[in-house]
Design a protein around this ligand. Sequence first.
Ligand code: TYM
Length: 332
Amino acid sequence: MNRIFSGIQPTGNLHLGNYLGAIRNWVQLQSSYDCIFCMVDMHAITQWQEPAELRRSTREVASAYIASGIDAKKHIIFNQSRVRAHAQLAWIFNCVARLGWLNRMTQFKEKAGKDRENASVGLYVYPSLMAADILAYKATHVPVGEDQKQHLELARDIAQKFNHDFGVEFFPLIEPIIKGEATRVMSLRDGSKKMSKSDPSDYSRINLTDTADTIALKIRKAKTDPHPLPESVAELEKRPEADNLVGIYAALSDKTRGDVLVHYAGAQFSKFKAELSDLAVSVLGPIGAEMQRLMKDPDHVDAILRDGAERAQAIADPIVAQVEEIVGFLKP
Ligand code: TYM
């Protein structure tokens, strides 16, 4: 069976983009793949994190995975730092990846901003660690939102260069899975900006822990244009805020934008937003409630993560030992 690896940074404010772009797809894919889902805490510290908050947030993301329906017995859920193989392989990949490749990464440019000299070295080499996350398990498929596409292309380049440099067919070529109607959920305040954890306005995103009232309020206040909903997807695509809300509706109901428009063409936003709120609350409400319940039982969550890490390590350690052998490290 093909293997999936994917992860989310435990940096607070898990939002609808993370859910629709990643977690909801994972839940569907777990019947066809062996899956490893990670809280990538080593990635999180490429930017400053309060230690206590990092621990809380790691448990919160784990709770979101479980509450959304990931089966932690059949598949693996763990936090990255528990499995040393990630760091070991990342170092080797730092020596395979080229500076020129990393210089092209748009996410580094966005995150480092104007003060590039002051960004951590970890933030710069982040894509090598991401490649290591996936390839330490020889994962073949990686379900993510659209913003991770460039990182996955780099991971493919690293795998290919490693195979080529050492004359082996060791690493598989990674296939991204970027699917559904919400691969890039946009801010509710600005249809040209991605919904993100770091947006200073909480009204820009729906958090998985938001109450029903907050979800309804944020959708009611979401930016729109004055026209009724159009009849065709082509027309919709010219209206970023409308496109975003229809895309969210489609993803939450497992439909296409076209299906949603069949129902809502000509409708005013007041009606559409009210029904989108009901739909969002009906999907996210139970997940949020289950997350709250799990967060009250950290020992239970920790036990799941410990067990997941043991099983992850059992897969990754022999693979990384083989890599070290290929590279020529002298072993006992
Ligand atoms: P992160 O933590 O930024 O996001 C986690 C997942 O959520 C998706 N996502 C979105 N999808 C749609 N619309 C949005 N507005 C939106 N915002 C976020 C992301 O595409 C991602 O799938 N580098 C990764 C974490 C990572 C990883 C990996 C992923 C580390 N190692 C190995 C896959 C495989 C990241 O920062 O995701």
